[in-house]
Design a protein around this ligand. Structure first.
Ligand code: PGA
Length: 434
């Protein structure tokens, strides 16, 4: 407070003040004046020559000035009454900094009286926030910490928060996700990787580390050859198994293909359909993918339906057009109940296997668009219930930002699902979900 009094040109004797903040105090006083904001400063002080218990002390009016050799160590009785009057009837109080050297009883009266008043108005319904190590210690010393709304040892931090700045700790709490109506999923698309033995070894590692996951679903998609083994090794765990593809016919002369029944028969629950590698390397069209989706649903498999634009499409500003076409064709002929069984994976083709991940904002924009589209095709409730995963260069170092976005319900992970990093991704999700 003496910094402000100094800025006002008062004689403050040997009182402690912050010399480098006098100009700032002047500026604040001027601004307050311009804006008609009242700043109430103490009108009297308890002064002494030494900061010690039992020394001689005097009360002086600030306007009379404090002589050299004396310093202000507490506010005076008139200031106490003035502050109490100001506090009376206040609805919100942010208190940052004690009134005096409350650690020494001789100079604790001002702080104690104000603290008691703050407790009183809290009881009457005011919201009272005590910020800063000293103020928090004072409130505790007077046994009032349970009688105010909130006490934080962060002083500067709580003021910065009020200024509207982002505090990392608060931001990370604020970005927690609630368990909601739709499932969160971490899915690993192994593509053409791992022999049976390698798959079994890795699955054992996964079951030991994340086999009991409850907050979200873990899905692994090994090659067809390792599916049966994968189902066996995960039966008593919470890890589910997915195929990477299937054909839409039930059986017959389709050399090299696998049917939905075959997958069901060995206990597979999910199937990835329409992956961009299937579309672009193996020529799968929206129509073929739609047939596969219908067959999978008919047989009780959950499709993980992949969509996403190519780089040239994004560059031509066609992202939303491509997404709209893929969603409309993929969901073609599905009723609301069938739609609710779908999992969508938005995988921008330019981000798959390239190390070039979409920014959380880019991904969220498309996810929100997909959800809006679904609510137009079906209704909001259906759209809200469908899990939408992000895929494309997901790694432990970029996953937090993605998964904390409201419309991103998990990841479909390629490269990073083949090693320990998959466990790290699960750890990240577990920390984010409340
Ligand atoms: P990536 O693959 O994580 O290696 O980019 C993702 C995917 O193709 O599903």
């Amino acid at each position: 407070m003496f910094t402000f009094l100094k800025a006002l040109g008062k004689e403050i004797g040997s009182s402690r003040f912050e010399e480098d903040k006098v100009d700032l105090a002047k500026e604040l006083l001027e601004k307050a004046n311009e804006k008609g904001v009242e700043i109430v400063l103490p009108v009297d002080a308890i002064i002494a020559q030494k900061l010690e218990a039992g020394v001689e002390k005097k009360v002086v009016k600030i306007d009379d000035g404090i002589e050299n050799g004396w310093m202000g160590l507490d506010i005076g009785p008139e200031s106490i009454e003035l502050f109490k009057d100001e506090l009376n009837g206040a609805k919100t109080v942010v208190w940052n900094g004690p009134m005096g050297v409350f650690e020494i009883e001789d100079f604790a009266t001002g702080t104690k009286e104000v603290a008691m008043m703050v407790a009183d108005i809290t009881e009457e319904g005011a919201t009272t926030i005590i910020g800063g190590g000293d103020s928090a210690a004072a409130i505790e010393l007077f046994g009032l910490e349970r009688k105010v709304s909130h006490v934080s040892t962060g002083g500067g931090a709580s003021l910065e928060f009020l200024e509207g700045k982002e505090l990392p700790g608060i931001a990370s709490i604020a970005s927690k996700k609630k368990i909601n109506s739709r499932k969160y999923i971490l899915a690993g698309n192994w593509k053409m990787n791992k022999t049976n033995i390698e798959a079994a070894e890795f699955i054992s590692k996964l079951t030991a580390n994340i086999g009991k996951e409850k907050k979200f679903e873990v899905v692994i998609a090994p090659t067809f050859l390792a599916l049966e083994k994968a189902v066996d090794l995960t039966t008593s765990t919470n890890i589910k198994v997915s195929a990477q593809n299937m054909y839409f016919e039930d059986s017959g002369a389709y050399t090299g293909e696998i049917s939905a029944d075959m997958l069901k028969a060995i206990g597979v629950e999910y199937v990835i359909l329409g992956h961009s590698e299937r579309r672009n390397i193996f020529g799968e069209t929206d129509e073929i993918i739609n047939k596969k989706i219908k067959k999978a649903l008919e047989k009780g498999l959950t499709p993980i339906f992949c969509i996403g634009e190519k780089l040239e499409e994004r560059e031509k500003d066609l992202t939303f057009n491509v997404i709209e076409r893929q969603i409309k064709e993929g969901f073609n002929g599905l009723d609301k109940d069938e739609a609710k069984k779908m999992i969508i994976a938005y995988e921008p083709v330019w981000a798959i296997g390239t190390g070039k991940v979409a920014t959380p904002e880019q991904a969220e924009e498309v996810h929100a668009y997909i959800r809006k589209l679904l609510s137009e095709i079906y209704d909001e409730e259906t759209a809200e219930s469908i899990t939408i995963l992000y895929g494309g260069s997901v790694k432990p170092n970029n996953y937090f930002g993605l998964f904390t976005k409201p419309n991103i319900d998990g990841g479909l992970v390629g490269g990073a699902s083949l090693k320990e990093s998959f466990i790290e991704l699960a750890d990240i999700m577990r920390d984010i979900i409340m």
